[in-house]
Design a protein around this ligand. Sequence first.
Ligand SMILES: Nc1ncnc2c1ncn2[C@@H]1O[C@H](COP(=O)(O)OP(=O)(O)OP(=O)(O)O)[C@@H](O)[C@H]1O
Ligand SMILES: C[C@H](N)[C@H](N)CCCCCC(=O)O
Ligand SMILES: [Mg+2]
Length: 241
Amino acid sequence: MTVLVITGTGTEVGKTVVTAAVAATARAAGRSVAVLKAAQTGVRPDEPGDAAEVARLAGAVTTAELARYPEPLAPATAARRAGRAPVHPHEVAEAAAKLATEHDLVLVEGAGGLLVRFDAGGGTLADAAGLLSAPVLVVAPAGLGTLNTTELTARELRSRGLDLAGVVIGSWPTAPDLAARCNLADLPDVAGAPLLGAVPAGSGHLEPAAFRTAAPHWLAPRLDGTWDAEAFQVREAPRVS
Ligand SMILES: Nc1ncnc2c1ncn2[C@@H]1O[C@H](COP(=O)(O)OP(=O)(O)OP(=O)(O)O)[C@@H](O)[C@H]1O
Ligand SMILES: C[C@H](N)[C@H](N)CCCCCC(=O)O
Ligand SMILES: [Mg+2]
């Protein structure tokens, strides 16, 4: 019964693909998994959201979404503009805690980066992680620019006393440039936490069966009730030269 909060250095960095990879890895280890998308923005009511995308790629997982706002904005802004109730951090925490009573692993995906606002009071995913005392996984881009945003995110987590489980690269290029290769060594340094995996670019477009077979090779979470960074491995990590 583990809750893992999955955030990123920003939007479109691969949180959903990484969430699917973690879910598929847990499923392959025989664990029951729930995925909670705290608030979905930028998706119409009839379209699949991030939680559905995780289920498509990872297989049988419970999905939950607390609110959906069609405009592609921060949840607080989208809720305000839609004249709808926002999602508050305590609601995210309560929903995750309930799912955790029924599943071995609960993955909570935010919207955009750590401090994106969910409500008019400035509530964020970081607040939900604090209420849950849950470890946080940070998804980061591979290339130039990622060191700054990863360190900012790590510092914010640390200043709140939150547990940074580690960093996962959301999309590792087929032909990594010098910055990407150097970042394999620099990311754990600036984050003060291990690099726990790297999902190859294009993986989100694999057939689901191929995704599920490959995912455990990108990262290896231990799912026995604790989150152990040591158990994650970057396999076949490219050499830095
Ligand atoms: N490893 C990958 N393989 C294939 N596509 C990827 C990969 N990483 C990211 N993408 C693509 O990049 C886009 C953004 O990825 P994703 O949806 O996972 O981002 P996100 O961080 O979850 O964004 P959001 O803040 O909207 O939740 C998507 O179109 C996705 O298909
Ligand atoms: C619409 C998008 N894909 C995400 N769901 C929301 C991202 C909000 C980012 C806000 C910001 O940091 O400026
Ligand atoms: Mg997403």
